[in-house]
Design a protein around this ligand. Structure first.
Ligand code: FAD
Length: 293
């Protein structure tokens, strides 16, 4: 490990990533950094680059499955006010990369700004939501992003317009970047109608999926073109299938939930089994939406 002693206050070692992911599964990160501001974050990334240290950035861990052996490198998490500010300026909403996305949605709705309520019930940080181009039946975050401030792979800070982000279905070209913040361009709308819409979409999601509080990472697989992964898994008879403490939800077959005692290895075995079944029944190769670390 190179000498990062000046950054020690922001670093802990052998931190269980289960405590930082929705799944609550997986081993520890060798180093876990919570930089106190942008300058420290830039310094950290520069040192990772020169030392060749493998690193990852974690949001709320709502789309990440950490292997049981953990991650032998550095994990960065943007926590604290320095990374979580939310500011409203007319119809623009500026939010830090570490801000809780549901808070951003609620603040916008409370200010009578519409657009983000379509993404009610999607857990994550602003950084994670943008990186994944999160979305669902009522659209995706790309539709509301004006620009993103980031640190690029070479360490430079830049502001990138939405059209230069490579937004596609659950994809952006932002791998290797750290999202520092984003500006959302919203529209004025009636506050009580927005609240109603938020509630309706939230309830719709809650009725069709396992509880948000359940240990999962949302949809395990991406929808293949013209198909719904959940329907393919259901038709393959996979609802309720278990391996160890992991189970394919009987509410929504594209969710794998972790029960007490589950290990990541159980989830991975169930993923392999589900892929095999769907492939042999339909010839379709399912692609993971969840990231395995
Ligand atoms: C109950 C439940 C329901 C869900 N429903 C939906 C849904 O309807 N639609 C949907 O699209 N997803 C859904 N998801 C998945 C998840 O909410 C999204 O993928 C979300 O974008 C994850 O955000 P996060 O902050 O938790 O990212 P993480 O899971 O922590 O990370 C995801 C990716 O983003 C990267 N990342 C995180 N922060 C930053 C940053 N600051 N800069 C650069 N990269 C970063 C990580 O490195 C990783 O590559 C659901 C998940 C759960 C648990």
């Amino acid at each position: 490990m190179p000498s990062f002693t000046d950054l020690e206050p922001s670093c802990r070692t052998d931190v269980p990533l289960a405590e930082h992911t929705w799944y609550g599964l997986g081993g520890a990160a060798r180093w876990f950094y919570t930089p106190r501001g942008e300058a420290e974050l830039c310094a950290l990334l520069a040192r990772f680059r020169t030392s060749g240290m493998p690193w990852r950035i974690l949001g709320r861990g709502a789309n990440v499955l950490v292997r049981d052996q953990g991650f032998d490198g550095a994990v960065i998490k943007l926590v604290g006010d320095a990374h979580a500010c939310i500011q409203i300026d007319g119809t623009l909403v500026h939010a830090g990369g570490g801000a809780d996305f549901t808070r951003v949605v609620r603040r916008s709705v409370d200010h009578g700004l519409g657009g983000l309520e379509n993404l009610a019930g999607i857990p994550g940080s602003v950084g994670g939501i943008i990186r994944m181009n999160a979305g669902g039946r009522y659209g995706c975050v790309a539709e509301h992003v004006r620009e993103v401030r980031l640190i690029g792979p070479e360490g430079g800070t830049e502001t990138r317009a939405a059209r230069d982000i490579g937004f596609r279905y659950r994809h952006t070209d932002l791998g290797g970047c750290v999202i520092l913040g984003a500006t959302f361009a919203l529209r004025r709308d009636d506050r009580s109608e927005l609240r109603e819409r938020f509630k309706r979409i939230w309830n719709e999601k809650a009725a069709a999926q396992p509880a948000v509080s359940a240990r999962s990472a949302g949809c395990i697989f991406k929808n293949p073109r013209g198909e719904a992964a959940g329907a393919l898994l259901d038709q393959a008879g996979l609802k309720g299938q278990r391996v160890g403490g992991a189970e394919i939800s009987s509410r929504h077959a594209n969710f794998i939930v972790a029960h007490p005692g589950a290990r990541t290895a159980d989830v991975l075995e169930l993923i392999a089994l589900a892929k095999d079944r769907v492939r042999s029944k339909t010839g379709i190769e399912l692609e993971l939406e969840v990231e395995v670390w």
